[in-house]
Structure formats: structure tokens, C-alpha cells
Design a protein around this ligand. Sequence first.
Ligand code: ZN
Length: 384
Amino acid sequence: MGEKLLAVKSACVITPYEELRPGVVLALDGKVVAVGRPDHVAIPAEAQTLDVGERIVAPGFFDLHIHGAVGHLAGEGPEAVLEIARYLVSTGTTAWLPTVGNMSGVLGVVEARQRQKDGAWIAGIHMEGPYLAPKRLPHDEPVEPPVPTVKEFHSFSEAAQGLLKIMGVAPELDNSHQVIGAMRRAGVVPAVAHSKADYDTFMQAVAAGISHATHAFNVMTGMHHRRPGIVGGVLTCDQLTAELIADGFHVHPVAMDVLIRCKGPERVALITDSVRYQGLPDGDYGRVVKKGGIVRLKGYDSSVDNTMAGSVWPMNHNVANVARLVGLRKAVQMASLTPATIAGCADKKGSIEPGKDADLIVIDDQVRIHMTIMGGEVVYKASE
Ligand SMILES: [Zn+2]
């Protein structure tokens, strides 16, 4: 009684453990109850059947690191978070960690999660700041680095009410090891973020509990053959997972390939790291200019300083980039199961398997999003 049975048939289902060609997904009351080849999964007569033909069915994407989109930043408050969530389903993202850097950001995400009725599921919070090494552009005055404290960390963690999943810290900051220990005890994943630490300093922080790397290659010490830097540690240390901004601008495809070869798709999570300009057209936005897929602070171009002011690309674009390197199945894995596992949400998200939420996307081989399904309900359909 009141049961809702949905059967999705496709020429290809990426679970992402395997590619079923063809495949069927059966969902009952919003949860996957069966997935397999058509001769192994009987479709009951009462099921509502959706045949997507040659299009591919994959798990919804899980974005661990995203600051904003469609003109909003997650740190601006609950309304902004909810607007971003509503937009994200059109990019194939069905779960995400709004990424903020201070207490008001945390409180806004907590309120958004309590009020959320639609859009990509707010799975928790990623605090990228405030424990970052100060970034200095060529004309900037020097800035005092922050000093993390266990007390302040606990105030963030308590305000987050269990939602704080990942928190960044630069290992060279005073007290970083104490705070890393406190993060681990609180069940928060400590991540190396925005750091100028050398390899040894970094590996001491790994011994203290760092287990994840925020946007590998970006804003961290690079790998020189006598000074392997944080990048060398991330590439060779198997206990670390890593994020990758795969927009095609932040990291060269060869460097992406090296990272994935070293760590495997089960340890590399694709992220957008997008700022408010994802989903907005090119143009002059006051402080920054968006042009040709890149945003830069006004007055900075590749001749002054090569840094960008965040990414502007949606997850499906990034998945398509990585699919060109390693194939679609692994690229989907890095945008679904791997991040869901890192965020501690793999019990119900990240893959198409019995017992998990029926969060599915219908894509083509260019990773264009044709349909997004959450909990067995269609929440987005592209106009064809
Ligand atoms: Zn960052």
C-alpha cells in the first residue's frame, strides 16, 4: 500500500563498480532494491517503467568541495545554500558539502539543512578555512597567519551539530597537530589545505592524523625531485585521499593522470571548487571577470599572476574531462562513490546498490545531464 516502484532500463548502467550493458535499476519507495542485467532483475507488472534507451544511468554526483553557484555563495546564509542546492541537480550533483570558512557559514548551512525540502542533499559541511596559510598575490601586504586552537575548533564542531565532515588545515601553522588530533576525535576528516609546508612538515602532520588533501596540486607545495613537497607526499602516501579540480584549467591533464595513476580512482574525488559564477554567463562581475571558462581578480591575468579566483565549471564537465583520461566508469566513480566514502555517507549515497537511496542521473557519453532522479523521483529533466 502506497508503495512506489520504479524500474529504470538502459543500454548501460554504471553502478560504478561495473558497467551493466544493458542494465535495470529497481527502486522501491526511494531506495534501490535491485540492480543488474535484465535477465537477472524481473520488473514487476505494477512498476512504473522508464526506458532511457542508449543513454547511460549512473549514480548522482557527490561534490565534496563547492563554495557556490548561480550568483550565490554557501557562506552567505541558508537561502543561498538552498538556491545552490536547487541548481545543482541540473549538473548531476545530488549530494554536496557546502564549503565555508567561518562560523556564520557553518550556522547558515546547519539552518539550510534543517529547512531543506528540495535540491541536492546537503550532506554536511566542508570548512576549508580559517586555518589556511595566507595567500599573497603580488601586490598584497603580508598577513599574519591564523593560529588554530582546539577550543575554537570545538566551537565550530559543536555549532555544526554533527555536520562538519571535512576541515582544512595548513600543517605549518602553530598548534596544527593538536587541532588535527581534535578533528580526528570529533570524527572530522582533517585535510591539508592552502599550505607552503615542505614534505617533512607535511608528513609529520600525516602522522598526526591528516588523511585527505584539499584540491591536490592547487595551493600546495609542488614536487621537485629533491624537494618532493606536499604533492610528493600526496602522490605516494596510500593512506591519503585527495580532491581534484578537474575543470581542465586548474590542473593539467597530465598531472591529473599522474594523480589518478598513483592513487587509483578509489582515492581521488573529483570536486568543482566552484564559486558563485558557476551557471552564470561570461562577464564583468565587479571584483572579478569571467571569461572563457576562467574567473580572475580584475587586473590579474596570466602575465601578472597565474592564479584563478576559483572554478566555474559544473561537475558533469569535470567528469567528462576525466573520462577522456581513464574512461567513464572510473570518472563516475571518482565523482560518486569515492567522495561519498570520504564524507562518511557511503551507507546511503554514492552508488547504485540495494539499500542505498535511488539517486540516479541519466547522461550521454559527453556527460550531458538529461535527467536527475532523487529518492526515486525525477527532480530535473533537460529540455530536449
Ligand atoms: Zn581552496
